[in-house]
Design a protein around this ligand. Structure first.
Ligand SMILES: NC(=O)c1ccc[n+]([C@@H]2O[C@H](COP(=O)([O-])OP(=O)(O)OC[C@H]3O[C@@H](n4cnc5c(N)ncnc54)[C@H](OP(=O)(O)O)[C@@H]3O)[C@@H](O)[C@H]2O)c1
Length: 300
């Protein structure tokens, strides 16, 4: 199939592109800077600077992953706007592409897998969270809710929509682990605040497999939690990472230090949700890395 990916040059997208090509699909990537990201992607990827640029070769599947990194900068009002706009604009580009294809009488894609995040639920304390749990209204929720809402109109065009509320993506060379590993390797790691906050996580290969599963299972639509079946608290994450690295992790970072350093963005580190992949599991998806021990052992 011909699969178009926004954010295909990112940490998740790069792996998705490789896997899709391995399985014989054609891969189209939308990037703001096609020439700059060329070296990060396999040669066979067709990289263009907008979704509309693929009008001549219409995709059969859309995967929507683009967006300003949530942890790139402190959440000033203008940064919050950038986080929201980057996601809404990328999603809107895909809707516009479908509208133009429809107007031309060309075939529409059959499905769009659109990104969202665990932040959709906001801070849920120690409550078990599935796709039906009502969200806590805070910035992370508003961001994800607007991102999800931007994708919705595609359903009215008859395109199946599956939304993935992604947990912390784990693999070497990017994402959360890349930031956490240096202090932990030096034995300077520790929990954040009380450590009681949940950190739903997923191995990058499982996330890519989940995207491909949703792409292929033609009856699945709506929101899916994209995280491993065994989420852990920050304290357990810290202990497991330290164990895998054979290092102590005895330097907790107090909540007030994180709040002073990161402002509102410290919520990413100090709050969370015990998010479970209820709908993926029910649909028969199996995780290659169901436990953190197994995932970190493979990665490290
Ligand atoms: N990694 C995680 O732990 C995690 C957890 C939950 C949710 N997610 C979500 O899943 C998606 C993929 O994650 P990822 O880790 O692969 O992200 P990533 O590495 O940060 O890549 C996202 C891509 O989005 C594009 N992008 C960045 N800033 C942008 C902006 N201001 N406007 C438009 N496009 C922009 C970039 O592509 P170009 O430079 O080529 O345009 C980038 O390669 C993201 O939307 C992220 O929020 C990730």
């Amino acid at each position: 199939m011909r699969v178009l990916i926004t954010g295909g040059s990112g940490f998740v997208g790069q792996r998705l592109c490789q896997q899709l090509l391995t399985q014989g699909h054609d891969v189209q990537v939308v990037s703001r800077a096609p020439y700059q990201v060329r070296g990060r992607l396999p040669k066979a990827c067709d990289i263009r600077d907008s979704a509309q640029a693929f009008m001549d070769t219409p995709p059969e599947v859309l995967v929507n992953l683009a967006g300003e990194s949530i942890a790139a900068k402190r959440w000033s009002n203008s940064q919050k706007e950038t986080l929201i706009r980057s996601r809404i604009d990328s999603t809107q580009q895909l809707i516009t592409l479908c509208e133009q294809l429809e107007a031309n009488g060309q075939a529409l894609p059959s499905v769009m897998i659109s990104g969202s995040a665990m932040g959709y639920y906001g801070d849920q304390g120690d409550k078990v969270v599935d796709e039906t749990t009502p969200p806590n209204d805070e910035f992370a929720h508003q961001l994800c809710a607007q991102w999800e809402a931007a994708a919705k109109p595609i359903e009215a065009m008859g395109v199946r929509l599956a939304i993935l509320r992604i947990g912390l993506v784990l693999e070497a060379g990017g994402g959360t682990l890349q930031k956490m590993l240096p202090p932990f390797k030096l034995g300077l790691g520790g929990r954040f605040g009380s450590g009681a906050q949940f950190m739903p996580w997923i191995h990058r290969d499982d996330l890519v497999a989940a995207i491909m599963f949703l792409m292929n299972e033609s009856t699945l639509s709506g929101a899916f939690n994209g995280s491993a079946p065994h989420p852990v608290t920050n304290a357990e994450f810290t202990k497991t990472l330290a164990k895998q690295l054979h290092r102590p992790a005895i330097f907790p970072v107090p909540a007030f230090v994180l709040k002073a350093g990161f402002g509102e963005m410290s919520q990413l580190l100090l709050t969370g949700a015990d998010m479970r992949p209820a709908r993926l599991t029910e649909a028969g998806f199996t995780f290659q890395y169901p436990t953190l021990d197994k995932a970190l052992e493979a990665i490290l």
